[in-house]
Design a protein around this ligand. Structure first.
Ligand SMILES: NC(=O)c1ccc[n+]([C@@H]2O[C@H](COP(=O)([O-])OP(=O)(O)OC[C@H]3O[C@@H](n4cnc5c(N)ncnc54)[C@H](OP(=O)(O)O)[C@@H]3O)[C@@H](O)[C@H]2O)c1
Length: 247
């Protein structure tokens, strides 16, 4: 298995891509901890999916935009699991508004969660992995952080920020056994994707060689390999998974 006996932390594991990450990583042999914002019922379901794979599950409500909550989360996972081998920075939010008319709160909320969360969770995990002299960090980013596609301005900004974050920590952590990569996905059918206006989704299908949206499990399958030790000589990279979008 790709992640035999690994200890994994996934942010935003209650729904969407995060839930698939939790299930697939557990199937590949990992014990999986995850956090969520507020959806307790969905979190219980993810927990059940991990346990169905005969692996330990640890679910915690923790807002990644809240520094104290994020530090508490990392502390709990380290205490319970003894170490953190893999961190997937997945939690993220989007808003559908046009830049022209966007309320200030949309910018602030997206920056707080999507960018603040990188620091709030990423730093204590980076410190833990440095102590371990081993670890892999994977960021779930978007093609909107790389290309000019129809996307919310703060969202695209935050996803480009994740790429900078991953590249810089890959450099700083490289000599102490850390790897950090980003997986830039196109449109994946989740609740978050439902914030994208239908006319954009139609255009996306036209641009996409495979003519369809992605499924969360497809992203999780690739993520499991990218985070695994079989992917030992890749760091600071951005891998695109978008069904072949040509814009
Ligand atoms: N779907 C796409 O088309 C797409 C494309 C490119 C990149 N991505 C990226 O993939 C990641 C996951 O997206 P998704 O589509 O799976 O989203 P989703 O279906 O909306 O799920 C978001 C998950 O993140 C959690 N979350 C949200 N805010 C949080 C916070 N402040 N603290 C902790 N957890 C929080 C949610 O918890 P609750 O259930 O408690 O709300 C939920 O588990 C995001 O980073 C997104 O930018 C998605």
């Amino acid at each position: 298995m790709l992640l035999d006996d690994k200890k994994v932390l996934v942010t935003g594991g209650s729904r969407g891509i995060g839930r698939s990450l939790c299930r697939v990583f557990a199937r590949e042999g990992a014990d999986v901890a995850f956090c969520y914002a507020s959806n307790e019922e969905a979190a219980r379901e993810t927990e059940r999916l991990i346990e169905d794979e005969d692996r330990a599950a640890l679910a915690r409500q923790a807002d990644v935009g809240d520094r104290e909550a994020a530090r508490g989360l990392v502390e709990t996972v380290t205490d319970e699991f003894g170490r953190i081998d893999v961190l997937v920075l997945n939690a993220g939010i989007n808003r559908g508004s046009l830049f022209l008319r966007m309320p200030d709160e949309d910018w602030d909320d997206i920056m707080r969660v999507n960018v603040g969360g990188l620091y709030n969770v990423g730093k204590p995990v980076f410190q833990q992995m440095t102590r371990q002299r081993d670890g892999a960090i994977l960021g779930i980013t978007s093609i909107s952080g790389i290309r000019s596609v129809p996307a919310g301005v703060p969202y695209a900004t935050s996803k480009a920020a994740m790429i900078g974050f991953i590249k810089a920590i890959a450099r700083e952590g490289g000599t102490v056994g850390l790897r950090a990569n980003a997986l830039a996905v196109g449109v994946v059918e989740t609740d978050l994707a439902s914030t994208i206006p239908e006319r954009f989704l139609e255009r996306y299908r036209d641009w996409c060689a495979q003519g369809r949206l992605g499924q969360p499990d497809e992203t999780a399958e690739l993520a499991a390999f990218l985070a695994s030790e079989r992917n030992s000589y890749m760091t600071g990279e951005v891998i695109v998974q978008d069904g072949g979008v040509v814009v």
